[in-house]
Design a protein around this ligand. Sequence first.
Ligand code: C2E
Ligand code: MG
Length: 688
Amino acid sequence: MTKNEIRVLAIEDNQDDADLISALLSKEKEPPFLLFHARRLAEALAYLARHYVHVVLLDLGLPDSLGISAVQDIKKIAPHVPIIVLTGLNDEETAKKALQAEVQDYLHKGEIDRNLLVRSIRYAIERKRTIEALRMSEARFRQLSESGILGIAYYDADGRITDANESFLSMVGYERRDVETGAVRWGQLTPPAWIERTRQADEEFRASGRITPYEKEFFRRDGKTFWGLFGCARVDGLAQAISFIVDITARKKLEEEITHLAHHDVLTGLPNRRLLRDFFRVELLKARREQTKLALLFMDLDRFKEINDTLGHEAGDEMLKAVAGRLKSCARESDIVARIGGDEFNILLSDVARPDDITGFAQKVIASMGEPFQIAGREIDITTSIGISMFPDDSVEVEELFRFADIALYNAKEGGRNTFRFYDHGLNQGSVEKLEFESWLRRALAHGELTLHYQPQVNVKTRGIKSAEALVRWNHPTLGRLDSKRFIPIAESIGYIAAIDEWVLRTAGAQFKTWLDAGFAPPCVTVNISSRIFRNTAFADAIAASLDNDGLTTDCLELEIKEDLAMGDLERNITLLKNLAAKGIGISIDDFGAGYSSLHNLKRLPVTKLKLDQSIVKDIATDPDSRTLISAMIAMAHKMNMLVVAKGVETEEQLSFLREAECDEAQGYLFSGPVPPEQFSELMVVAK
Ligand code: C2E
Ligand code: MG
């Protein structure tokens, strides 16, 4: 069998005619024809059921069949084979019927010659092939269209929807009838907030004939909205456009939930610390502009810990919820009540006219807390203390206002509890102590009082050490060894943090070299960098210097920055971080999920790792919300090509949940607390 021969089945009861066809085709060589002959339809069908042919030549007057019905019989068995009808009759009516039955050609026996027959066969095969290809692509499109995933609609230049598939109709809640009568227009599906964006998209369409897919909201007929990914392209040759919508409502909802969880306290639903700070910045700008006052109230419950310890955590939680409710009812719509953690609440009062107003408010809060609470079937009395700082009277800086409110709270507690205090510059014992502490701290580096401890970050599956996180300690001349959290915030507020972080970077680099020389170094050293340091351009030079001197190469250095980094001068931070990342330095976002965490902004930073905040990890065992949040964050992070480290892992139970949630690394007392370098060496030896 020649490769490109054309296989022809002639169904012809008249032997003379069959011989004629054979004679006409036998002369053809390029490519040659291979002819099969059947005298009856039944014989032909049996042949077709088992053999492949390129074309069928069909006589309509057969002994076992008459007329066009033969065409249908053949198509049932060999639907893809083109059919050419040969007939002795030259009658228009039959010709028409044959073409309606989708035969490829209709030839009169009396008129055929070699050329006509050969050309007809070739065209028939070619035409049939084209039609089949079209059908196939149509079938594929139809499958996609009917899959229920993609809403497809056509619309005309007036924005009127002229045709749509079932998915589209069910997304927007209209009937096919509505489309057929021309009653549905894009305008009706566009919520007011999206008109401007839609106008931009239309402009793009006019300029380029397409709309780059984007996410927007749509109106359904019943007035509800849904989120869709929408794109569109002009249909060539028609004054029409084809558009698609993918319903992404579920994903949007999950994203919103994550954002909400990250900005709110799960227990009370109140804004958390970071969201409060956001509000604060906005209110501060407004107050500056409008020359009004702000008051920040720090509040905590006196002896809350006792309630928690004696009645249990559940009663404690119930109590906190009740307190949150009362605080909200004391506050105006424009005030912000936030839960900062434990039994600490902050309240931001805006548009304050006189200090008397604040006094009134503080008294109202104390009185409202004075009413007994009904918790766990008991009546419980609590009292509360409040510290207050004011803008612009006490300070014009957010951080300082927070610090002053804290000091005022301390004074209120010292002053006998169940009371409130305004921050007082002069008479403040606490601030005198603070000043002294600050001046000690400024000398700590020069006096060689800082040291580094290291804490392992381990692979969740193997528990192998992935990195050593450097944590600074201060050997205070009178107070003894202090953990970072005692002095780092103060170092930040007095602008001393850059000096500390540079020292840490250098010291950790030198330590890494020592480990290398000893033959067992961790794969990576992690250094915390204060997000404030990004205001200091000398910082990049400090990193470069430590890399040159200390045997630390970029691929084994990782910087940890708190998530509020994404809040400062974002554009500038992006540039700085990109320069570091380009050198191969890992960038990790610390305390992710503690508060302000815009996944959106993070997307623009070259972040390689997210460190989940201790507070969420802590709740794994008790709080299903926190488990959901963690799983969602891990999935998101992996989608964005980031690794995830869980902090503060203290129990096997937490670890096994994290393993299931596909968390990459973990850190916490379960493995080891921060330890001096010699002890860290031992950890590495044991791990070996
Ligand atoms: P961080 O980066 O979150 O460091 C982890 C803190 O959690 C450490 O406290 C560590 O002792 C503690 N920790 C570790 N494992 C566990 C655990 O399983 N459970 C609990 N409850 N706690 C655990 P530390 O050393 O007091 O550090 C406090 C913060 O101070 C650090 O938080 C870091 O943000 C900052 N810090 C430490 N060293 C430096 C530094 O050199 N430069 C800068 N800018 N910040 C630093
Ligand atoms: Mg850290």
